[in-house]
Design a protein around this ligand. Structure first.
Ligand SMILES: *Cc1c(COP(=O)(O)O)cnc(C)c1O
Length: 842
């Protein structure tokens, strides 16, 4: 048979296959029933993994199952991309250095409607779906809230049929694996790819080349036009890995493209020719270092050379990829902003601004004004924090060494914007110019990446109403005056598919029974269960489900921590990165207060409580690590002290991550959201917990404010200083000793921590912690909020003892937090920032 004939037969076969499939299932070209899944899983065991089904191990069943699911998803993926390409759609590009994806199998079978057939197929193959799914390692390519938000956004973008692509880094090691040893946090590398990565597809055809280092030569081109040239640079390659992102209902399948750094083939070759074998290999190692590991800092800036290399590497690959895709269908730069909108997730990808300028001006020979016009219509920036230590600034000398041409461009952007815009607004005001300059004077000079992002973006958004107001009032007040329409609010959310449907099947079934199955896509429908809040039968079922989740979590705690906890106790949960501003130490002071009260009065009438923590500390954050040690050591004492009679327990399972959150959240009664007011931009853990029927004890900070508005004051426990009161306390010269000396109970628990009671024979074990609270000036006002926190906790205790009241409150929380779906958040981004329309597939 000739080649053409072969091709014809193949395409004919394909058409028949498509037709057959569209009869049995509108969505897939391959069968999606139990039998088809069974065949497919078995085929992958045998022909992908080369194993006999009789001897296949659980991780191989997991792999084969993922491949079988992936086959079905890829059909939709290719169809989605075909439609997007054919219709020349406008696309949103999400640039993020972090994606905290967690496991993908459970989520993918739910979103693609393959959950039941997959589970049934595995059952007939003698395998249990849950234990197979548990084989998957978390894809933990992020630190905390920011990375998890990016993952939830991808889920909603696909679910809402919005054409979007996420870009990031294919880290070889994600966030470190945490262990405890004698209460200390110990970090281990996270080898998430150890068992294989069935979800990703390597795309050698779309490799990109990236330059670094070198210098700029200032030349004239043949028309006498100034033409700077970047020379003597090193080159790297970016290899893309794509992960399909399945929307709920599996209409649209978008993708996340992650870049892995490699040494450039060509560069190696040149050095080889000069006889520099060792140099070539070293250069290669440096090429491969860039995507090696995720920086484990949450909300702090590192300022390290490798970090800037990571940022530039993924940004440059992504922009070149975006431009390539644009010109595969368009031929005119003027149309670029019409078809492309780029979201910067924090300032981590802000170097995209000078990079796009460089590509336009140097590589595509565009005029400055035209290029700047395109840039300003293309980019948007999300700010995630007001914490000064988290605001990225790059030293000018470092930038100059690594990205010499980009530094020139930033200087040029700065000069023009100061001369034109700042001068027009505040004529002759040099102080304003210094305040607003993209360059901070000093030794060395620093580039303010947040300012660069604001100046270059069409829209800038905060992540909760309060946060956005504070941005306008403080961090960006000058910019708000200069560009009054630019700063807007986009309150964060969470995907209800992962954070209710998949992680809490008991509650999901109950909700579906009452309100139908539309809620995972229309979360505000949950409001319909509020009418059952006082219904005794409904309350009973709701609380039985909560109890079953607590039983399951108690079993996990028994296995992993060797601590027995009672599912009848109040599960008091604080799960989030360990940070002073999040105030895990305030929670600890409450534990110590109860412990002390119990030692004084064994009959103290309190509801039994289990304090549950999950948190990683940045490896270089000594105080955060000291707080972890303190919690672990207090836990040891409390859990083994017969005098407390089991009334309180403290558990801190190792290695908090998405998968752990999915276990803890459905089991939580109380959600600790106790940051110092003004410090937590939004929080999303607060939303996940409320959605699963946990009551919040919290400050008026971040999205807690909006959660209170939704659930009502009577269904939340608010305490502590407000933002205004915090500002006032600071202005009046806050002194923690005033509180320490006037509250004997507070004094005694801090003194207790200063003794060696919790670390017998080891003195000053928690000196960093107690010092920061006292001599260190208590920067996060822990002592100032202590008394009101204890009061609020007593109200919690009272409410929990009245199980009917508690049930009502819990139901109202689940019912009333529909606003916090990322479907709502993403719809707002699509309307107000991206001007993006849904595109129906098939
Ligand atoms: C949601 C989530 C976070 C964010 O929690 P906050 O309480 O908002 O800080 C962090 N880590 C993981 C694993 C999460 O799932």
């Amino acid at each position: 048979m000739s080649t053409t004939a072969k091709k014809k037969t193949a395409s004919k076969k394909q058409t028949t296959a498509v037709k057959t499939a569209s009869k049995s299932s509108a969505r897939f070209n391959v069968g999606t029933d139990k039998e088809a899944m069974k065949t497919s899983i078995l085929n992958h065991v045998q022909y992908t993994l080369a194993r006999h089904p009789e001897s296949a191990e659980p991780d191989e069943w997991w792999l084969a199952t993922c491949y079988a699911v992936r086959d079905r998803i890829l059909d939709r993926f290719m169809e989605t991309q075909r439609v997007h390409h054919q219709q020349k759609v406008r696309r949103a590009y999400y640039l993020s250095l972090e994606y905290l994806m967690g496991r993908l199998l459970v989520n993918n079978v739910h979103n693609s409607g393959l959950f039941e057939p997959t589970r049934e197929a595995l059952k007939e193959l003698g395998q249990d779906f849950d234990s197979i799914a548990a084989e998957e390692m978390d894809m933990g390519l992020g630190n905390g809230g920011l990375g998890r938000l990016a993952a939830c956004f991808l889920d909603s973008l696909a679910t809402l049929d919005l054409p979007a692509i996420g870009y990031g880094i294919h880290y070889e090691f994600g966030l470190f694996r945490q262990e405890f040893s004698n209460g200390f946090q110990v970090e281990h590398p996270d080898a998430w790819q150890e068992k294989g990565c069935p979800w990703e597809i390597m795309r050698p055809n779309f490799v990109q080349e990236v330059k670094l280092y070198g210098r700029v030569e200032h030349r004239m081109d043949d028309k006498g036009k100034f033409h700077p040239e970047w020379v003597d640079y090193s080159t790297l390659e970016g290899m893309p890995f794509d992960v399909a992102i399945v929307g709920h209902g599996a209409e649209t399948v978008n993708f996340l493209r992650l870049w892995e750094s490699r040494a450039s083939q060509e560069f190696d070759f040149n050095v080889f020719n000069q006889g520099g074998y060792v140099e070539a290999v070293r250069e290669k190692a440096m090429g491969e270092t860039i995507s090696k590991v995720l920086y484990p800092n949450d909300n702090t800036e590192s300022g390290k050379e490798l970090r800037l290399a990571q940022q530039y590497f993924f940004v440059s690959c992504s922009l070149q990829d975006i431009i390539r895709r644009f010109f595969d269908g368009h031929d005119n730069w003027d149309e670029f902003p019409e078809f492309n909108t780029i979201q910067l997730n924090d300032t981590h990808p802000a170097v995209a601004v000078p990079e796009l300028m460089r590509l336009l001006i140097d590589d595509h020979r565009m005029d400055w004004e035209k290029a700047w016009g395109i840039v300003r219509k293309t980019f948007n920036y999300t700010n995630h924090t007001l914490l000064p230590e988290a605001l990225e600034k790059w030293s000018v000398p470092l930038f100059e060494r690594m990205l010499p041409r980009h530094l020139e461009i930033i200087y040029e952007i700065n000069a023009r914007y100061l001369e034109q815009e700042v001068e027009a607004m505040w004529p002759g005001d040099d102080r304003k110019k210094a305040e607003l300059s993209l360059i901070e004077e000093g030794e060395p000079k620093m580039i303010r990446m947040a300012y660069l992002s604001v100046v270059a973006s069409a829209k800038v958004n905060g992540v909760a109403a309060l946060h956005t107001e504070l941005l306008k009032k403080h961090l960006f007040s000058n910019f708000h005056a200069l560009y009054p329409q630019k700063i807007i609010n986009m309150t964060n959310g969470i995907t209800p598919r992962r954070w209710l449907l998949a992680c809490n099947p008991g509650l999901s079934e109950l909700i579906t029974e009452k309100v139908g199955d539309g809620w995972p896509k229309q979360l505000s429908q949950l409001d319909a269960i509020s009418k059952f809040a006082d219904d005794a039968k409904f309350q009973k079922r709701f609380m039985e489900i909560k109890r079953a989740n607590k039983v399951a979590f108690a079993e996990f705690v028994k296995e992993s921590c060797d601590v027995e906890i009672s599912p009848d106790a109040l599960f008091d949960v604080q799960i989030k990165r360990l940070h002073e501003y999040k105030r895990q130490h305030l929670n600890l002071l409450h534990i110590l207060t109860l412990y002390r009260r119990l030692l004084n009065d064994a009959d103290l009438d309190i509801a039994p409580r289990v304090f549950i923590f999950g948190a990683k500390a940045a490896p270089g954050y000594a105080l955060a690590k000291n707080i972890i040690r303190a919690i672990n050591k207090v836990a040891e004492k409390v859990n083994n002290d017969p005098r407390v009679n089991g009334k309180i327990k403290v558990v801190f399972p190792e290695n908090y991550r998405v998968t752990m959150a999915e276990r803890m959240i459905p089991a939580a009664d109380l959600s600790e959201q106790i940051s110092t007011a003004g410090k937590e931009a939004s929080g999303t853990g607060n939303m996940k917990l409320a959605l699963n029927g946990a009551l919040t004890i919290g400050t008026l900070d971040g999205a807690n404010v909006e959660i209170q508005e939704e659930v009502g004051e009577e269904n939340i426990f608010i305490f502590g200083k407000t933002v205004e009161e915090v500002e006032e306390a600071r202005e009046q010269g806050y002194n923690p000793y005033d509180y320490y000396n006037s509250n004997w109970e507070l004094k005694s628990v801090i003194d207790w921590l200063q003794s060696d009671y919790f670390t017998p024979g080891e003195h000053d074990a928690f000196a960093p912690l107690t010092e920061s609270l006292l001599g260190g000036g208590d920067p996060y006002l822990v002592l100032a909020d202590y008394a009101d926190y204890i009061r609020a906790q007593e109200e919690v205790d009272k409410a929990f003892k009245d199980q009917k009241r508690w049930a009502r409150m819990a139901i109202m929380n689940t019912a009333r937090v529909g606003k916090f779906s990322t479907d709502r958040t993403i719809s707002e981004y699509a309307e107000h920032i991206w001007k993006l329309k849904p595109v129906k597939i098939g």
